[in-house]
Design a protein around this ligand. Structure first.
Ligand SMILES: [Zn+2]
Length: 189
C-alpha cells in the first residue's frame, strides 16, 4: 500500500516495472484489463448500442435520445390519471416547467407551437413547512418538566401561521392530469 505522503521517484523501481508474458485485454486508453473484455471495451469505446433500437448511443446512456423520449412517453401513459383541482400546480415532464392554471398552459402551447398532450402534465403535491411538535424541547427540559406557558402559546401561534401560509413548494406526483376538453363554442350540451 502506498502511503499518501510517500515520495516515489521517477527512476525508482516502484514508479514502473518492465513486465513480460502479459496477455489479456488492453483498452484504447492503454489500460490493461486482463480477462475482462467487457470492461476494456467499455473503457475504450465512445458509444454503446441503444438497448431499445440498437443505434449507436453515447457511452454513459443505456438508450438513445429518441428512445428516452419513447420510454418517458410510455411511462407517462401508464400513470394513473386524475382531474386537477386547479388549486395547486401542474408540472410538465417534457418542458420541465410548473404551471398554475390552464390559461398559462394554453399560452405556453401557443408560444412554443406545441400540443397540450406533448407537455405530459402531472399533478403536483404540496410541500408544507413543518409544524413545531408538542414534544419540542423535551431533550432540554427536566424529566416530567413542562414547557413554559408563553412557549406553548407561541408554538400554537407559530403553527397557525404555518398552516395559514400553506404550500411553500410543489413536488410532481405520479398522477397524470386529465386534459379537459376544449369548451364547446355554443355552450350547449
Ligand atoms: Zn434507441
Amino acid at each position: 500500500m502506498t502511503k499518501n505522503n510517500e515520495v516515489i521517484m521517477f527512476n525508482s523501481n516502484e514508479a514502473a516495472q518492465y513486465r513480460t508474458g502479459l496477455s489479456g485485454w488492453v483498452s484504447r486508453n492503454g489500460i490493461y484489463y486482463g480477462n475482462d473484455e467487457r470492461a476494456a471495451r467499455y473503457d475504450g469505446c465512445t458509444h454503446v448500442t441503444c438497448e431499445d433500437c440498437g443505434k449507436p448511443t453515447s457511452r454513459g446512456w443505456l438508450v438513445c435520445h429518441d428512445c428516452i423520449g419513447i420510454r418517458d412517453k410510455k411511462k407517462y401513459e401508464s400513470m394513473p390519471k386524475e382531474a386537477w383541482d386547479e388549486k395547486g400546480m401542474l408540472y410538465s415532464q417534457s418542458a420541465d416547467k410548473y404551471f398554475s392554471d390552464w390559461g398559462e398552459i394554453d399560452d405556453y402551447c401557443d408560444e412554443e407551437d406545441i400540443k397540450i398532450d406533448s407537455l405530459m402534465l402531472v399533478i403536483c403535491k404540496p410541500n408544507y413547512l413543518p409544524l413545531l411538535d408538542i414534544d419540542y424541547g423535551c431533550d432540554e427540559l427536566p424529566e416530567d418538566g413542562e414547557l413554559p406557558d408563553e412557549i406553548v402559546e407561541a408554538i400554537k401561534d407559530f403553527n397557525a401561521v404555518v398552516k395559514e401560509v400553506g404550500a411553500v413548494s410543489w413536488l410532481p406526483s405520479n398522477k397524470a392530469a386529465i386534459i379537459p376538453l376544449p369548451d364547446k363554442p355554443t355552450g350547449e350540451k
